[in-house]
Design a protein around this ligand. Sequence first.
Ligand code: SF4
Length: 388
Amino acid sequence: MTDLSLYIHIPFCQRKCPYCDFNTYAGCEADYSRFIRALNQDILYEGHTRHHPRVPTLFLGGGTPTILKREQLDIIFEAVDHGFALLPHAEISSEANPGAVDQSRFETLRRLGVNRLSMGVQSFDEDELQFLGRIHSTGDAIRAMTLARKVGFENINLDLMFGMPQQTPAIFQHTLLRAIDLAPEHLSLYNLVVESGTPLATWVAKGQVSEPDPDLAADLYELACELLQQAGYHHYEISNWARGPLQYDGLPHYACHHNLVYWRNQSYLGLGPGAHSSVEPHRWSAVRPVGAYIKSVEEGVSARGYEERISKELAMAETMMLGLRLVEVGVDRQMFQKRFGLDAVDAYADELSSLQDRELVSIDAKRLRLTPRAKLLGNEVFAAFLPE
Ligand code: SF4
């Protein structure tokens, strides 16, 4: 039986950040119990009908999983234990909002087996946190990190954001240095994107906030690459850095194994409203509204809102696009050959020759990789593989 990574989506936040277009909702406390009952039922159903697959990685995301009560988190993990076979050394991650955690919440997560925390810190500048509408202060982020270490978390990721309209290299450098001081095992850096339909998009359209400047964002990204390298982090994915010695697969010890499943285009099952799944040859996502998801599960009908069959051509293209995001190891030619029955270099001879001429991709006997200058032009490279 194929191993199956699990993603569980908690669609609630204390307050909705104005830039966020994730499937999350604020002010829905009354729905939590009914949602947890439905999620429990969904996890058990999927686990049983798939004959209790082995789970190498579990990721509790959202939203803000730490907004749930201890008993509600207990129900989720019990359902996973009954429905699936978590491997003994499974990576079990939970997202956490530095403004919605305390010692007992962290202790609960540890007791439930969570061994990796991912905290949405975003910035160590108070004005930026206010602009981003975050519920926490820089002091909260430092306190959350200290508490997490105290209760025994040894694998912590911090999310940071860059490219905010008022951000200067000096402000971003301050944020990076504060983050480095806290010595997380992993850092994820996200460029602020103005997503349509968000309050931020309205502010930009009305001229109340200036549009993010892509040239500034590129400079800030380069600054991050430099500072994090000096601090001993491996830049293993376009937006992700991790510490630890390199493993047999060329990736740092603290690389996020759950996200590696996505980047390697392997199978995963997403549970909860709007969660995406991909189990070859299909992929699908659940309906986004929380009420519609709960109703489907309660009535025993499919909660899938969209579904498609992935052709071999598309699976190959996506394996290239996702694999090239892994900047140090890229696409493994042997793995590609094993999965699709042909060498990636033959499958994409024209595309690769043009990318090589532009010095965007390098090829050796084992791997295909982005060149250093292509890290900033990733989307241009990935588009070359999309089927017409
Ligand atoms: S806390 Fe995270 S998931 Fe929730 S609204 Fe803010 S950015 Fe979105």
